[in-house]
Unconditional design. Structure first.
Length: 262
């Protein structure tokens, strides 16, 4: 074995020991390219390590996406702002920069079913993941059920730490089902522990004045709102349901030409 071959094998061994898998795989092609282009040592090393950095960033991004528990991989570009002119596109794109996370500001989406609240909440969560933040999605009902189970199994504190961990906690569909006192108390604990520490993105079909209809305890409702609204961006979405408009459009396509308009 020549000296050059020995050094090459040692280099492969070093990369494997350091678990720089992507760099090890790219090494032969990068060496060939360096010889062809007469690349300097520093430039060659930077290019090789850049490949490893990009692979590491990709793995971490994929891990954050798995952890996030999104029901769909929506981004801001998936939202049809033209179909919902009441939504301030400039504001949403500003929120997608994640500046609101700096002071743990909350984002509340309020509106009837089907207007895009969940899509926008997940889109902002996706943007936060792209920026390197940890995000977790749950419905309000699932959060309450998980807390109930944790209380029964003696895992209350670990569960509270779990919900307190991500930079962004998305709580979807608050208000679709009534929330008994036990569930409301659990939700309050999560909101209270994240207060001024981590952002919450929350979607609800009821305006804040109607939150008394969700909770049997109006005191807890008021305390939740106090913490959520202290630092918050409230976005109210009016308009027709996306799903309803899609159904109507399909019905119009199926309707025979010249048929009875009634």
């Amino acid at each position: 074995m020549s000296h050059a071959d020995s050094v090459y094998q040692q280099l492969r061994s070093h990369l494997a020991y350091l678990k720089l898998t992507a760099a090890a795989e790219a090494l032969p092609a990068q060496l060939d390219q360096a010889r062809t282009n007469k690349t300097g040592h520093t430039e060659f090393l930077e290019a090789l390590l850049r490949i490893e950095v990009q692979a590491t960033e990709r793995r971490r991004w994929e891990g954050r996406m798995r952890f996030a528990n999104f029901p769909a991989p929506w981004t801001i570009t998936d939202f049809d702002f033209a179909a919902q002119p009441g939504v301030d596109e400039t504001l949403l794109r500003e929120l997608a920069t994640c500046a609101y996370l700096d002071d743990a500001t909350n984002v509340l989406f309020i509106g009837p079913p089907g207007v895009g609240k969940t899509m926008l909440a997940i889109a902002l969560g996706h943007a936060a993941i792209d920026a390197g933040h940890r995000v977790y999605y749950t419905t309000a009902a699932d959060l309450a059920a998980r807390c109930r189970k944790a209380a029964l199994e003696g895992r209350w504190e670990p569960t509270m730490r779990f919900f307190n961990g991500p930079s962004v906690l998305i709580i979807d569909e608050l208000g679709y089902l009534p929330m008994p006192a036990e569930d409301a108390a659990a939700l309050f604990q999560v909101i209270s522990r994240r207060y001024l520490k981590g952002s919450i993105i929350l979607t609800t079909n009821l305006g804040v004045a109607s939150w008394g209809d969700i909770f049997t305890d109006t005191t807890i409702a008021a305390a939740m709102l106090d913490r959520l609204l202290h630092r918050s961006v409230v976005i109210t979405i009016d308009g027709d349901s996306y799903r309803l408009r899609t159904h109507q459009a399909r019905a119009r396509k199926r309707r025979p030409q010249g048929g009875d308009p009634h």
